[in-house]
Design a protein around this ligand. Sequence first.
Ligand SMILES: O=c1ccn([C@@H]2O[C@H](COP(=O)(O)O)[C@@H](O)[C@H]2O)c(=O)[nH]1
Length: 279
Amino acid sequence: MESFGARLHRAVSERGPLCVGIDPHPGLLARWGLDDDVRGLDRFARTVTEALGDRVAVIKPQSAFFERFGSKGVAILESTIRQLRDAGSLVLLDVKRGDIGSTVAAYASAYLDPSSPVHVDAVTASPYLGVGALAPMFELAAEHGGGVFVLALTSNPEGAAVQRARTADGRTVAQTVIDEISQLNAGAQPLGSVGLVVGATIGDTGHDLSAVNGPLLAPGLGAQGATAADLRVVFGSALPAVLPSYSREVLGAGPDPDALRAAADRALTGCRAALAAGD
Ligand SMILES: O=c1ccn([C@@H]2O[C@H](COP(=O)(O)O)[C@@H](O)[C@H]2O)c(=O)[nH]1
């Protein structure tokens, strides 16, 4: 079984370091001339999938925008996941799950067991019930070649109060998460399968990402104000592991598929240049 880290490494080598989110905001549906209903959601997700599924390394559906429409929205999420996987992109489902271990095991089977209808390549997870409580996700991911991206330093300004609070040993909460994930990925080649989420908006926080040996998902680019040039400031020597992520910046170019492709290409070109500056 090829690990998620190896599959991601290959996808990025072939398609470039870019993740594009599918975030069907009501405002975007309106801009695309679609109704804010299940049919609009379906058209939006299909358009992004058909335009980008065969060229972008990682596509990240934001579960909340599908769940908003109940079981019909989740059915569209299921078919979107299938179409994206058929088109060859890796699917990272942004669900930010986290709970006590026995419940995390159920989340793990929902998203990381290949027999599940919402099986994806990777999920986002919240460590605020303890990184150890996420162990069932890490284990099932490892068994089936899946990945988990754990929140460390999120892109929103409110995250800092929790994530940069100091623990008894003087490290920040975020640094304890970073250190625990680094241990999980130690020795993995070419890259570990447990990633971190570190916002591109956060500036130089002094956190040490040098030992993570796993992918670093960087949301916050575009609509939240960060630019590709900010990646260098945030990630420093960890730049080669960064997977830049854009949603509204690219989606706002739709619904014309060529315009979506051009927006994704622009994002990729900017990120390639910024990441190469770290070589
Ligand atoms: O720290 C985080 C973690 C996740 N996100 C998610 O990424 C996208 C960002 O969308 P944009 O339109 O590019 O702002 C969205 O789904 C968030 O839930 C994040 O922004 N920050």
